[in-house]
Design a protein around this ligand. Sequence first.
Ligand SMILES: *[C@@H]1O[C@H](CO)[C@@H](O)[C@H](O)[C@H]1NC(C)=O
Ligand SMILES: *[C@@H]1O[C@H](CO)[C@@H](O)[C@H](O)[C@H]1NC(C)=O
Ligand SMILES: *[C@@H]1O[C@H](CO)[C@@H](O)[C@H](O)[C@H]1NC(C)=O
Length: 254
Amino acid sequence: MRRSYLLVLLTLLLSTGLLRVTLSIGENDNNIDGVNNLVFENPSLRKAYIALQAWKAVIFSDPFNFTTNWAGAAVCSYNGVFCAPSLANSSNRVVAGIDLNHADIAGYLPPELGLFTDLGLFHVNSNRFFGTVPKTFKKLRLLHELDLSNNRFVGPFPRVVLSLPVLKFLDLRFNEFEGSIPVKLFDKDLDAVFLNNNRFKFGIPPNLGNSPVSVLVLANNSLDGLVKSGDTKLKKGLIELFTANNGGGDGAGQ
Ligand SMILES: *[C@@H]1O[C@H](CO)[C@@H](O)[C@H](O)[C@H]1NC(C)=O
Ligand SMILES: *[C@@H]1O[C@H](CO)[C@@H](O)[C@H](O)[C@H]1NC(C)=O
Ligand SMILES: *[C@@H]1O[C@H](CO)[C@@H](O)[C@H](O)[C@H]1NC(C)=O
């Protein structure tokens, strides 16, 4: 008897817990300030509004007042937000790009950014964003450029990028990412990958030669025994492979 009580209680706790998780990733958006009183051009811009307001709420410093105009339904006129006709329906404008480069903003990336399902470009280089890359980024099925460089991101390699089907440009340089780099990265159809100036550690990935990238920069990590020999070639011809300061080894392979 007591045992089944506990079970019911546990089930209740679990289901409310799950509910809270669902709420916190913005599936239920009625808790976002004012969204129900605004009129949006289309549902996609309404979702973008929710994402942008959630993001603004976790921006703790914005010295150039970059996000001051992030208010109201006209999200396409917010600083750093770029709209374009939707690929699915060209009569609808959607948020196709975010560019906050050099804004010196401090804050983090909330899970609601997964609502930007039309996003092609996400550039936040040279800010003070910290924390990790939300798992909800897996919903950015059109993202082809991700530039998180020169921020304060931490934690393991953001594996969520491996699930982005059209990603071509990945720039994680000058952060505090650590640990190993997934081997799968070098099987992805990427054009350019910048991982330099982090705390990554790894040996020579066996499949490095499979990578179709034309630029791969790995310098200034703790990369043991990495491609010093000069005989590492990438499929499409390696343009630059800097290996300076990788655990003491200097040299550029080609
Ligand atoms: C940003 O806004 C604050 C408060 O309105 C103002 O004091 C400050 O000078 C503004 N900064 C810039 C760079 O415009
Ligand atoms: C495209 O969007 C417009 C405006 O929102 C809408 O009226 C139209 O029905 C949509 N077309 C399709 C094929 O979904
Ligand atoms: C690696 O670090 C050194 C020393 O801080 C710096 O001069 C160099 O530009 C860095 N290399 C890259 C590719 O960022």
